[in-house]
Design a protein around this ligand. Structure first.
Ligand code: FE2
Length: 438
């Protein structure tokens, strides 16, 4: 037995006797008290494993620093940090081993030619027809949440879910194929459990963004979306992140789906009820890389750093580096300056390309003034079938049937009486399976 294996085995044995963690399966009433309690319990657990919090954090710090420096070097050389793959290579199973390795390393991807450009531009026109025909701009009440800004009285984010364009893209064979490809980057089975079905998506309905030429936008700050305090406080997430807290930090794997697909989440205006392997969108216009586009910190294991950072001594005991419920998880210069050095924007994309990033990754949208061209996307993630997504699909079916806003979003319900909504008889096999109808 090698030294490393021996060490791992010893730690595994020790893990069985580590002090258990307190859990809160719904939002704690006193967030600060719960934060103090969980932080001291996590520290005790790490220390009982035979390592200090500082030692465990140092392992993650070193791992992430290597990646940050690698990305900084790439950016300095004028390279783009985002892997790019042709849709045709995904379809024919010919994505190279080097590209697959880079996808694992960076956790993000641009799929070129995911849809023919003309089809994407046609979908964009269909959306314009759909909202015009139903007098959307005349009836628009303003943003129902303050998560995204708007330009004057015209929204950038359309709280529209059930257009033909969106549903055709969601249930398209090409979408299903890319989602399967992305899901396969994760370990969906482990410990004798299949945590999700990589070949069946759960059709997560989200909104549309159409940002017009000439727009000024403040962008969207660096944040991440997988959860908030629940990431430290619920039993399922404590198990998902178990290696960070039981002395086996070297085994932490951001692609392991274990315990991530069934547990509860704390409710909030920014929550996503679904488990997403990747967040994503499909471009319905050409967009240049300097026109207020998406950036990520393309380091999937940075999540381990984000989870451990609040346990260091310089963070107040009742503070999780600014994470609290009902707001997105912030990534800040104050606590995460190392990570933010690696922020990398997408390359130029064309209508019909799609863009994907690991669900745990830090992302932001750059500001822009006097935007050149349109910035139009439909948000379609990879949300594979699993207990959590099956549960949410019941409310999706209901929203689809009535043309309502899905329950993860403000109840604006613009489309209920709209003409030209996508209907149940237009669902294909992918769409029916995605909604849990077959
Ligand atoms: Fe986000």
């Amino acid at each position: 037995m090698t030294m490393v294996n021996e060490m791992v085995q010893q730690r595994d044995e020790a893990a069985r006797e580590l002090p258990p963690l307190p859990t809160w399966e719904s939002t704690p009433e006193d967030l600060k008290a719960a934060t103090r309690t969980i932080k001291s319990a996590l520290r005790r657990r790490i220390e009982a494993s035979g390592r200090t919090v500082e030692q465990v954090f140092a392992v993650m710090d070193e791992r992430v620093t290597q990646r940050v420096e690698e990305i900084e070097a790439a950016l300095r050389n004028g390279e783009n940090a985002w892997p790019v793959v042709e849709y045709a290579d995904i379809e024919s199973g010919r994505v190279s081993a080097a590209d697959l390795a880079l996808l694992q390393r960076r956790g993000c991807l641009v799929v070129r030619g995911h849809f023919p450009r003309e089809q994407a531009l046609g979908w964009d026109r269909d959306i314009v027809d759909y909202v015009d025909r139903n007098a959307f701009f005349e009836t628009y009440q303003g943003p129902a949440d303050d998560f995204f800004g708007s330009v004057g009285s015209k929204p950038e984010i359309y709280p529209i879910y059930w257009s033909h364009a969106q549903m055709e893209a969601r249930q398209h064979d090409r979408m299903a194929r890319v989602q399967s490809f992305l899901n396969a980057q994760w370990r969906s089975s482990s410990e004798g459990v299949q945590w999700f079905d990589p070949d069946r998506d759960s059709l997560y309905p989200d909104r549309i963004r159409r940002r017009p030429p000439g727009a000024d936008s403040g962008g969207l700050g660096t944040h991440l979306d997988p959860g908030t305090l629940d990431l430290w406080m619920t039993q399922a997430y404590q198990k998902a992140f178990r290696h960070l807290f039981d002395g086996s930090v070297e085994q932490y794997d951001p692609w392991d789906a274990a315990y991530r697909t069934a547990g509860p989440q704390y409710p909030g205006t920014t929550m996503c009820s679904a488990f997403r392997t990747f967040q994503g969108w499909t471009a319905l216009s050409d967009m240049d890389h300097d026109q207020g586009v998406l950036h990520t910190v393309p380091i999937p294991e940075a999540m381990g750093y984000l989870m451990l950072r609040p346990l260091l001594a310089d963070v107040p005991d009742d503070d999780m580096c600014g994470v609290t419920t009902n707001q997105t998880f912030p990534a800040s210069e104050k606590w995460h300056s190392l990570l933010l050095r690696a922020s990398a924007g997408i390359p130029d994309v064309k209508a019909g390309d799609s863009v994907w990033w690991h669900c745990d990754m830090i992302h932001s949208v750059a500001p822009v003034t006097d935007q050149k061209g349109w910035g139009n996307v439909i948000y379609i993630p990879a949300a594979p079938w699993c207990p959590r997504n099956e549960e949410y699909s019941a409310s999706v079916r209901e929203a689809f049937a009535t043309g309502s806003s899905p329950s993860d979003f403000p109840a604006e319900d613009y489309e209920r009486e709209w003409a030209g909504r996508f209907t149940a008889d237009e669902l294909n096999v992918v769409g029916r399976r995605g909604l849990g109808l077959d």
